[in-house]
Design a protein around this ligand. Structure first.
Ligand SMILES: [Zn+2]
Ligand SMILES: [Zn+2]
Length: 402
């Protein structure tokens, strides 16, 4: 649709510039060319249309020629854009499997911007799988997302019951952000909280992330971490230095909670039994430079604005639902959501709190199995097994997936 709009605008512009008499007739010509393609017949028809609109013969020829030429150019640009791929790599506890604690996803835009989402308990700053991390997103502060304990790389336990390592009072999230000089984007009151955690690690507080221009743009890579609030309705844009295309990150509503566990609250701490106030939780919409729009639900239940705002306004083509079924969406809610509310091209069910796969294949009787049985006629289901990079085109198709 974006390519179609571009073609209409471009053809209209050239027609007008070359002497087309009435702007109201311009879309007719552009749409005609778009529907037929740049053939001799369409060229002749464009000439006739221009002539009927009252232009002189020479101008008619120029109009038709320029319109068709630019059509070819626009189609080439559109094809190049959609052929660029976004890479998505799950960073779980067991390579090749989708396991109980798995939440972390690493996205890489075609421009090179790398975004880490909810590292949780399966990744810390020592993890060699991370590489460069430019942006970090935290949906909410619960332990399984911020990472209250380190992974246990030497004795990882089982996929059904992953082992964890030592407690990390500053959180895996802040430890990674500190080492990688990441731009931290977080909802609620978490920006200030994470700034303090980064200060605990580095000895100095991070600055606020830049927000230049109307797109609230910041450039990466950074020389030091920064933090910023990102709350529903808001968006920020990451740009790899030197790139013209950018990655836009918006926050959307989630319905859950966002307390900070007492063990992660610095002195003087919380009263026994209470958690720290984290403000509101969120989901995220990431619009990549190739046109892919990914909706990361965060922990949430269903809500009507999944259709009225998230589907109609942001138009996601890839959805990553958190589908653990006790405190978030379950498979039945997620099926309803795909059928009636969001309707993406592809779904990657995550945060499933079970051993969903064995040898990389979906295990029978699991939440993921139930989901894919009923959803595979509606959407493409891609299981986010750890350490396996998937590539997505601008339409949300997983390229090379079965
Ligand atoms: Zn939660
Ligand atoms: Zn969770």
């Amino acid at each position: 649709m974006r390519a179609r709009s571009l073609v209409v605008a471009a053809a209209s512009f050239f027609y007008s510039a070359r002497g087309g008499p009435t702007p109201t007739r311009l879309p007719r010509l552009a749409v005609f060319l778009w529907s037929r393609g740049p053939t001799p017949a369409s060229l002749a028809r464009a000439f006739a249309l221009a002539r009927a609109a009252g232009a002189g013969s020479a101008r008619c020829v120029a109009t038709a020629f320029c319109s068709v030429s630019f059509l070819v150019f626009a189609m080439t640009v559109a094809r190049a854009q959609s052929s660029a791929l976004v890479k998505v790599t799950p960073l779980g506890s067991h390579a090749g499997e989708l396991c109980r604690n798995d939440r972390a996803l690493l996205f890489e835009d075609p421009t090179g911007v790398r975004i880490l989402y909810d590292p949780g308990r399966t990744v810390d700053e020592t993890d060699s799988r991370l590489g460069e991390v430019h942006v970090m997103l935290l949906s909410h502060a619960h332990n399984d997302h911020i990472g209250d304990v380190r992974p246990n790389y030497s004795a990882p336990g089982t996929c059904a019951a992953p082992a964890t390592g030592a407690a990390n009072a500053n959180s895996n999230f802040a430890s990674i952000a500190s080492l990688k000089n990441a731009a931290v984007l977080a909802p609620g009151e978490l920006s200030g909280y994470l700034s303090r955690k980064i200060q605990n690690i580095r000895g100095s507080a991070p600055g606020a992330c830049a927000e230049a221009g109307l797109d609230n743009t910041f450039d990466v890579p950074l020389g030091a971490p920064c933090t910023a609030s990102l709350r529903p309705g808001g968006s920020r844009t990451a740009r790899r230095a030197g790139a013209s295309a950018m990655v836009r990150i918006a926050a959307v509503q989630a319905i859950h909670s966002n307390g900070v566990a007492a063990a992660l609250v610095d002195s003087p701490g919380e009263a026994p039994g209470l958690s720290g106030y984290g403000g509101s939780e969120a989901g995220f919409i990431i619009t990549f430079s190739n046109g892919l729009v990914a909706y990361l639900t965060g922990d949430t239940g269903m809500f009507g604005d999944m259709e009225t705002i998230i589907s109609r306004y942001y138009k996601p083509t890839l959805v990553v639902p958190n589908m653990s079924d006790t405190v978030t969406l379950g498979p039945n809610e997620t099926i309803y959501m795909m059928r009636n509310l969001v309707r993406p091209r592809t779904v990657m069910p995550s945060h499933v709190n079970e051993q969903a796969t064995q040898g990389g294949a979906i295990r029978g009787g699991t939440r993921v199995d139930l989901f894919q049985l009923f959803a595979r006629d509606l959407v493409d289901v891609v299981v986010p097994v750890s350490d396996v990079t998937r590539s997505f085109d601008g339409a949300g198709r997983c390229v090379g997936c079965r």
